[in-house]
Ligand binder design. Structure first.
Ligand code: NCD
Ligand code: ZN
Length: 351
């Protein structure tokens, strides 16, 4: 018998790009009306590297939270080759930083100031390990000789496994995983390692990026992989294993920046993510595991309380493509796969 509606504790988004200024103002309400909290990525220009910058960014976000929403932004520190571990400690102890973010230099949007040699960051890793402060990792090798579809798997061998050996007590979240190798790595690791999974990596494989022509709005990093990898991600997400939890990697870019000679990586999915995740769990006959993935495993890993409010989704007709978001004449395309999505967010508890 198939369910017609499902209520789960209000989910949190453990990997989110909100940007700044007019894009922040336009996209924040979509997240704030659905999710209780979000781990906010620090890849602004300039990047959010200090506690002071994080406080200022948090204030800009808080000023735009819609009335009636209890949304809480959780801030992250952007690691560079010059990060001072004492800055991390102060930001963590003051409750400003919830995690530190490691981008290999050049890995993705605004990652120019990221880490050039991960094995040279010992003072930072020692501090993170001592504080039990989570390290969020964009896990792709920056060796341009490596095929783009192999960069996550190579990163595990080259970097993650040695890092784990040297800092076994460091708490790591392997972000937006895309491969069977990443699933296997996380499953084999102890309780200090977890991973986030995006809706689009559960719904798209690499063929979808090229179906009937080039689909710039399905292009993100790490890029979607072969079908068998997508299958592994779906099994992991719906398994009930607390090491896997929700992180949308919602990453807005103007359509003009995506539909160009050198299009930006990033999928904007904040408004459609919960419908998409629920659709995937329904297809996998695992709706009973949705609350764990979306609402329990994340706060448990971060040692934060679970949300007590609920949201409800109902199964109905096919979700239609939501309109582009308008930004001073520019537009942001919202993610929806070509395969039908039947789950609609219908109800939010009064707050
Ligand atoms: C993200 C962005 O645009 O900031 N893009 C993406 O494709 N996911 C950066 C990131 O998380 O890699
Ligand atoms: Zn991201």
């Amino acid at each position: 018998m198939s369910l017609k509606s499902i209520s789960i504790p209000r989910p949190d988004d453990w990997h989110l790009h909100l940007r700044d200024d007019s894009i922040l103002a336009a996209v924040l309400p979509n997240t704030a009306r659905i999710f209780g909290r979000a781990i906010v990525m620090p890849n602004l220009r300039p990047a959010v590297c200090t506690a002071r910058a994080a406080v200022a960014y948090r204030s800009r976000i808080e000023a735009l939270i819609p009335e009636g929403s209890n949304f809480t932004p959780l801030m992250t520190a952007y690691l560079t080759d010059a990060t001072d571990p004492l800055e991390l400690r102060a930001g963590w102890n003051d409750g400003i930083f919830s995690a530190a973010k490691l981008y290999p230099a050049g890995a993705t949007t605004n990652a120019e100031d990221g880490i050039t040699d991960i094995l040279q960051l010992d003072n930072v890793f020692e501090m993170l390990q001592e504080l039990s402060m989570p390290l969020l990792i964009h896990g792709e090798t920056m060796n341009q000789q490596v095929d783009i579809f192999d960069r996550e798997a190579v990163f595990i061998e080259d970097t993650l496994l040695p890092l784990r050996q040297r800092y076994p007590a460091m708490r790591i979240i392997f972000e937006h995983i895309t491969t069977n190798e990443a699933v296997a790595f996380v499953e084999a690791a102890d309780e200090n390692v977890a991973a986030t999974i995006t809706p689009h990596h559960l719904m798209l494989n690499r063929n979808d990026i090229f179906k009937d022509g080039l689909r710039p709005h399905y292009y993100c990093l790490p890029v979607a992989k072969r079908e068998h990898h997508r299958r592994s991600l779906r099994v992991a997400a719906t398994s009930g294993n607390p090491k896997f939890f929700l992180g949308t990697d919602s990453a807005p870019h103007l359509t003009t920046d995506k539909e160009s000679d050198c299009g930006c990586a990033g999928v904007y999915n904040a408004a459609t993510a919960m419908s998409c995740y629920t659709q995937v769990f329904d297809e996998e006959q695992s709706l009973d595991k949705l609350a764990g993935f979306a609402s329990h495993h994340g706060p448990d890993f971060y040692h934060l309380p679970r949300n007590t409010e609920t949201i409800t989704l109902t199964r109905a007709g096919t979700l239609e493509q939501p309109p582009d978001i308008d930004i001073n004449g520019g537009k942001i395309r919202q993610f929806l796969p070509e395969t039908p999505v039947h789950w609609h967010l219908i109800h939010e508890q009064p707050q």
